[in-house]
Design a protein around this ligand. Sequence first.
Ligand SMILES: [Zn+2]
Ligand SMILES: [Zn+2]
Length: 342
Amino acid sequence: MKAIQLTGIGEPLRLMELPVPQVGPDDVLVKIKAAGICHSDAHYRAGVSPPAALPVTLGHEMAGVAESTGKNVKHIVPGDRVCIHYLAFCGACHFCSMGREQFCATVQMMGKHRDGGYAEWALVPARSVFVLPAEISFEAAAIMMCSSATSLHALNKARLQPGETVAIFGFGGLGFSALQLARALGAGDVYAVDINPAKLKTAADFGAIPIDARQGDPVQQIRQMTKGRGADVALELIGLPETMDAAVRCLAIFGRAALVGLTQKSFEVVPYQNLINKEAEVVGISDHLASELPLLLEMARDGQLRFPPGAIRTIPLEAAAINETLDALEHGSDQIRTVIGM
Ligand SMILES: [Zn+2]
Ligand SMILES: [Zn+2]
């Protein structure tokens, strides 16, 4: 089969010819129909967070059709449309038994620690395979398996309650899902903070109140619009100390700031003013949970989470096109999500 692999850190991905994987008793062999290209893939290629062993087939955002299943697999049958939770986990260790498999003792990220979806077929442990409703396209499903799922996990970890005010810092791929999911979960006003006019317009089109951070401190703007109250839930989706600081400062009494964006840099918190005197909380967000995917799929099935035409670009399973997309991601713009379509 054709597979596009990372064979050396800092090098372009290469087309390789590999055998179609053999199905074990607990596996599903998936004919890949869509594989999303993610900012993380650019980090793997560049060596910012390198895979442990090379070569590896990248691609952790996968959707396709189950082609064959192992003898122990009951919930998937050949021919099912499926989408894939990107973590392979043991199902039995301390964290797996708590349903917190992102901290599984032997967790593996597909498309990083083991072969992923930039290939014609992928071998996936059955517990990471979910039936994909007919209403959801393979392309949308692929994207949902990363950015939408993580957005939902952030809202869950922040314990969003109906009627609460949400502030989203950074309106890229994650923010686009976070806005729709927050509304689906019954949020009150949702503020979308960005500096990019096109992103602010999209946010407004999808029902957010746009906050242009070029027009002055976004925290001041949010306070003004909430009559001094602030936001109950703030999501930081960029990974910048400045926006982390703003996400914490904009909180209302009992507010929760969920930090999703990655950075090695630190930011300052004034304990009394920012946390103690409000009983506010700062929560770290890592990946998402298999148990969250059924609700996510349900919200997409009934149209509460949607990706309009033009929000997703499709490219072929070709090394040059994939490398170009990774180059573009390295240089910043994720306005349109790219998916390998097969
Ligand atoms: Zn991703
Ligand atoms: Zn485990």
